[in-house]
Design a protein around this ligand. Structure first.
Ligand code: HEC
Length: 216
């Protein structure tokens, strides 16, 4: 019998807590430790526009709730302001503006902006080359990657992707890093643009690695 009473007590306590937690459309339920849900500091992407929110824990001394964080002048009900058009994040490269058809110009004027441990950057370029270029251009950039050269068992000798440039050939051996950067950015002929896969830093690193291969 004692056990039965203990069960009843347990059930009653449980029900009490469950009722406390119940939430529906107009009632958020009872919150335990509300400061864990509601930031007292302003949150960048949302505003709490209800002046009564958090009134019961008010410490501001004013007649508005602790969680009220509305700035009626900001658009989109956000506390954060939208940056002005064409804003560039700090530490980022400016957008690349040389148009696709100006390869000759780009190869003449572009200078590699990267600084630091150039060997380390070239090494990173090598890893990226292995992921984004090698399957077409081959390990030594001779245009003989697995996609650029015919399969060994193909009697007709047709590569899956024809016309991959041999970057060790006389015509391309002496191209500048800027030339390579421009081609990675825009693509050329049958080669597509890689600008959406590689940011500017990564493109320069790859250009350095290709130059290293060409100079070996
Ligand atoms: C899908 C295969 C493919 C991939 C991947 C590829 N390329 Fe190419 N690449 C080509 C082809 C094909 C050409 C020849 C383009 C033409 O002139 O028609 C070429 C040409 C080039 C040229 C010579 C451009 C010139 O001035 O003639 C360079 C430099 C180059 N690629 C670098 C790269 C680098 C660096 C990567 C990796 C980010 C890469 N390619 C990825 C297929 C590819």
């Amino acid at each position: 019998m004692k056990l039965m009473n203990a069960f009843k007590l347990l059930a009653a306590t449980g029900a009490f807590f469950l009722i406390g937690c119940k939430a529906h459309d107009n009632n958020p339920g009872f919150e335990y430790a509300p400061n864990m849900y509601h930031s007292v500091a302003y949150e960048p992407l949302k505003q709490i526009m209800d002046k009564d929110a958090g009134k019961w824990v008010n410490s501001s001394g004013e007649d508005i709730g602790e969680y009220y964080s509305s700035n009626p002048n900001n658009p989109f009900s956000m506390n954060m302001r939208v940056p002005p058009a064409n804003t560039v994040k700090r530490g980022e490269f400016l957008p690349y503006r040389i148009p696709k058809d100006s390869l000759e110009y780009a190869s003449r004027v572009l200078k590699n902006p990267l600084t630091g441990d150039m060997d380390e950057l070239t090494k990173e370029g090598g890893v990226l080359y292995g992921k984004f270029c090698l399957h077409c251009h081959g390990p030594k950039a001779m245009g003989d990657g697995p996609v650029g050269s015919p399969p060994a068992d193909d009697p007709n000798g047709v590569p899956p992707f024809a016309g991959v440039a041999n970057l060790q050939g006389a015509a391309l051996k002496n191209i500048t890093e800027g030339h390579i950067f421009h081609v990675i950015t825009w693509g050329k002929g049958r080669m597509g643009s890689h600008a959406s896969q590689l940011n500017q830093r990564e493109r320069w690193e790859i250009a350095m690695y290709v130059k290293k291969l060409q100079n070996q």
